[in-house]
Design a protein around this ligand. Structure first.
Ligand code: ATP
Ligand code: MG
Length: 565
């Protein structure tokens, strides 16, 4: 086990949001805690969303409440069914359930329309005929107040009539909007008469052509919260400045309960990007193969890469829920993945860059079956048979013809151990015409069966290997960071920081034959190499494996350096 403490037991998790909830419960301000995860169905989820998902569902579970799955589908132009389905699948994969509490902002359109009329009737909203450009000009800047629209003082009856005609489809896109009447000189730009309804003649994935006016985010989010009985509306910091508007609107609507918004910082992760716009660009411009490319931080990418959802939950559980922005080290995520897989993954032998070894003194035609341990961290995982014979493959990098001082693996005249098998000694090096080593001739010591010599002779290295006859060919894909710098695009174009070596394909690997039956996505450890999983591209003729992560944990090293400095 590592020295890293386990994440705190649920009831012990402390952060400022959970503290507020505890206080609300203790003071009787709330009886049931209701949260929601509110994605816009305009892209695939990424690990940043996982922070919001784990927080919202986690809090609801910890306090015996419930978390709603709510699609914020107020912008029909950018939304698609494909995303609605994919998002639900991904949240379930991450391990969370919402039961019957699946909602769409569009479910509430009729109610929202009624609430908009309510604001108009109360003199709190008006129809503005200014063009989008004019509205922008009137808005002012951070240092200058805005100016009132000439339509701001329209009588209620006229506003109502125009709003109803907007709904009836009498006006083209952009002709008019409904604005909340707040304060054009407010220091908070969001309060300068924000637009709450706009005309959009567009087919909506769920409501079809029923509507040609749509509420904006600000007039849908808090309202949906109120309709669904959400008590704590947890969102990321960029909405902090929207909170006064959130509260202003709720205070003026005939709601049954008052939801409150709390903000927390977004997850930023080194060596990658977590912005939907950026991710879409990477996919569309073919910098990666697809949305589930194992190099992407999308949940689909991480899944295809072989990262278990429990490792993502563990990772998120170690992050601070606070209001200060920062960048989390990718190495921490990798550490969580290793820590989990080290406990659970079965060990197998696989040779990624094969070098043939012929054992000269092996009895002609004979095959021997040896016993290999499946998981040293889990005795119940048992053992498996591996067959050994006179021709095997070892890793090309495990041999050097002229080894430097610190190289202890195979070299001419040197003896090493083959894992679970025998000691072998390199007797001869065979090269092709170009001088490249293509085969080693070795001898084995029959007395060293199982990996130890009866005379107590020591060797300095143990190599993994596969039998030439009893192994299967495979393609193995090695992944590296998608970007070369921790903070992609920090001084220029993000695309300039793309890592041209983020994918390395090894076409001629040899695997233990049992790996032909590995389930897609199921983690295995290739001994001495790392954790891998079978890729959906695998066919019975051609196995394809992804490297989830190498064995070397740089997180531990970073921690140590931090302690020393
Ligand atoms: P957009 O720019 O399209 O709004 P988004 O990433 O905010 O993109 P949403 O679908 O609105 O996408 O996100 C759903 C929820 O996930 C929101 O509550 C949002 O705050 C949260 N979220 C998105 N990105 C992160 C992140 N990096 N860290 C934490 N939470 C995030
Ligand atoms: Mg958003």
């Amino acid at each position: 086990m590592s020295e890293q403490p386990d994440p705190a037991a649920p009831e012990e998790i402390r952060d400022y949001i959970r503290d507020i909830i505890r206080d609300d419960l203790a003071a009787g301000r709330r009886e049931v805690i209701v949260t929601r995860f509110p994605p816009e169905p305009n892209g695939y989820l990424h690990i940043g969303h996982a922070k919001s998902i784990c927080l919202n569902f986690g809090v609801a579970n910890e306090f015996g409440g419930r978390c709603h799955m709510r699609f914020d589908d107020t912008n029909p132009v950018k939304e698609e069914h494909e995303y609605i389905d994919a998002i639900q699948e991904d949240v379930k994969w991450l391990g969370f359930r919402w039961g019957e509490h699946l909602y769409f902002a569009s479910d509430h359109f009729e109610r929202l329309y009624g609430w908009a009329e309510h604001l108009i009737n109360a003199g709190d909203a008006y129809i503005d005929d200014l063009s989008p450009d004019e509205i922008r000009e009137h808005r002012g800047t951070l240092t200058e107040p805005g100016r009132n629209s000439p339509y701001r003082e329209r009588p209620v009856a006229e506003n109502l009539d125009l709003f109803q005609r907007m709904r009836a489809g009498e006006f083209p896109n952009g002709a008019r909007v409904l604005r909340a009447k707040i304060d054009m000189s407010s220091g908070n730009m969001n309060l300068r008469d924000p637009v709450i309804y706009r005309i959009l003649h567009a087919n909506h994935p769920r409501t079809g052509d029923a509507w040609c006016i749509y509420p904006t985010y600000d007039f849908a989010h808090g309202q949906s919260d109120a309709i669904e009985g959400v008590t704590h509306s947890l969102c990321t910091l960029e909405f902090e400045d929207h909170r006064p508007l959130y509260d202003w609107l709720i205070a003026r609507l005939p709601v049954d309960m008052v939801p409150l918004q709390y903000e927390f910082s977004r997850l930023n992760l080194s060596y990658t990007v977590l912005s939907k716009r950026r991710l879409i660009q990477l996919v569309q411009d073919n910098h990666v193969r697809s949305w589930d490319d194992p190099r992407l931080p999308t949940l689909r990418g991480l899944r295809r890469r072989g990262i278990p959802p429990a490792a993502i939950r563990d990772f998120i559980g170690r992050l601070a829920i606070s209001k200060s922005d920062g960048v989390v080290e990718m190495a921490l995520l990798e550490h969580c993945v290793r820590e989990l897989l080290n406990q659970t993954a079965l060990r197998r032998m696989a040779v990624l860059k094969p070098l043939k070894v012929v054992i000269d003194n092996w009895p002609e035609g004979e095959t021997e079956v040896l016993e290999a341990i499946n998981n040293p961290n889990d005795e119940a995982a048992g053992t498996r048979p591996v067959s050994f014979s006179g021709e095997i493959y070892i890793e090309r990098d495990d041999f050097m013809e002229e080894p430097p001082k610190k190289f202890f693996r195979l070299a001419p005249g040197r003896e090493v151990r083959l894992r679970y098998a025998y000691f072998i000694t390199c007797r001869e090096v065979i090269k092709d015409d170009a001088g490249e080593v293509i085969e080693l001739r070795c001898s084995y010591d029959p007395a060293s069966r199982g990996g130890s010599s009866p005379d107590g002779r020591k060797v300095k290295a143990t190599l993994h290997w596969v039998s030439a006859a009893d192994s299967v060919p495979a393609e193995v894909r090695l992944y590296n960071h998608l970007f070369t710098r921790e903070n992609p695009g920090a001084d220029g174009d993000v695309l300039d920081d793309l890592n041209s070596e983020s994918l390395e394909v090894l076409a001629d690997c040899r695997l233990e034959p049992g790996l032909a039956n590995a389930a897609i996505g199921e983690a295995v450890q290739f001994e001495r190499q790392g954790y891998f999983c079978s890729d959906p591209d695998s066919t019975p003729e051609r196995l394809v494996f992804n490297r989830t992560i190498s064995l070397r944990d740089i997180w531990a090293k970073i921690q140590k350096q931090n302690r020393q400095s």
